[in-house]
Design a protein around this ligand. Structure first.
Ligand code: SF4
Length: 261
């Protein structure tokens, strides 16, 4: 979910409407997109739209004011802006959304923003911002604001194999050489000790150990074991992002298979 439409009622700050709207679009929202539908027919309702309101002003004669993302107020009942003046429409109830029911029970927690301390704007004395922002569900292919992932990468599980027993001074040298402490010392008794592979998962494949003893250490990768590192923007935890991504990949594979068969 990300803010897609901004209805600007008043903006006397130095930041232009379109820049402010773009900035709002990039604020991570604390809303699980799986609870919502894509907005297809352009009728915003409680299943496809989340509405936020921002109404801040800096009094004349006071200090400059910083507007933060936490000041965006979630409106679970939908838009409060009427589409036309009562004199024009004869109907003062019609707003920019058509919520059939409140969103209060949509999620266990309020559908607010993920982080409250993101600076949106700075207001000088006498300046004000009043707007309503509508968030909808989308995909990162259309705009990066809908991507729930900041950074993601994977690597294959490293396998560090000692081809020969490395003992005593050589073992200590090997332990010292590894920058991430993959090796450890095992005490064999009678003053004897040998190197063992203690934490192969930490290996970064820097090859320092191979440079020291290339005929004694071998580095391999487990070809069917992948370690993913996923940084979430906050809407979903990384482990959920991974399983959801696998589901999408599965669907794409099935589509390709069905088209080819
Ligand atoms: S490749 Fe680098 S990180 Fe991996 S075990 Fe050797 S020294 Fe340690």
């Amino acid at each position: 979910m990300a803010i897609e439409k901004v209805f600007m009622v008043d903006n006397t700050s130095v930041i232009a409407d379109e820049v402010l709207s773009h900035r709002l679009g990039l604020i991570p929202l604390d809303a699980d997109p799986r609870l919502f539908d894509y907005i297809s027919d352009d009728v915003p309702n409680e299943r496809n739209t989340i509405v936020y309101k921002l109404h801040v002003s800096c009094e004349k004669g006071s200090q400059r004011l910083t507007v933060k993302s936490g000041q965006l107020e979630w409106l679970p009942e939908g838009s409060q802006l009427t589409m036309a003046s009562p004199a024009q429409s004869g109907d003062n109830q019609r707003t920019y959304t058509s919520f059939g029911q409140s969103q209060q029970n949509t999620s266990e927690r309020p559908l607010g923003v993920k982080y409250n301390d993101i600076t949106i704007a700075r207001l000088g004395p006498g300046q004000a911002i009043e707007l309503e922002a509508h968030a909808v569900k989308g995909v990162g292919k259309v705009h990066a604001k809908w991507s729930p992932v900041a950074t993601a990468w994977y690597r294959m599980l490293p396998e560090v194999v000692l081809l020969k027993e490395i003992k005593n001074g050589d073992a200590e040298e090997l332990v010292k050489r590894c920058p991430v402490n993959v090796f450890d010392i095992e005490d064999l008794g009678k003053g004897e000790k040998r190197a063992v592979v203690a934490k192969p998962r930490s290996c970064t494949l820097c090859r320092e150990c191979v440079r020291l003893a290339d005929d004694q250490v071998e580095l391999r990768r487990v070809r069917d074991h992948f370690i993913f590192t996923i940084e979430s923007t906050g809407a979903l935890p990384p482990e959920v992002l991974f399983t959801e991504a696998v589901k999408i990949l599965e669907e794409k594979c099935e589509r390709v298979i069905s088209e080819l068969s």
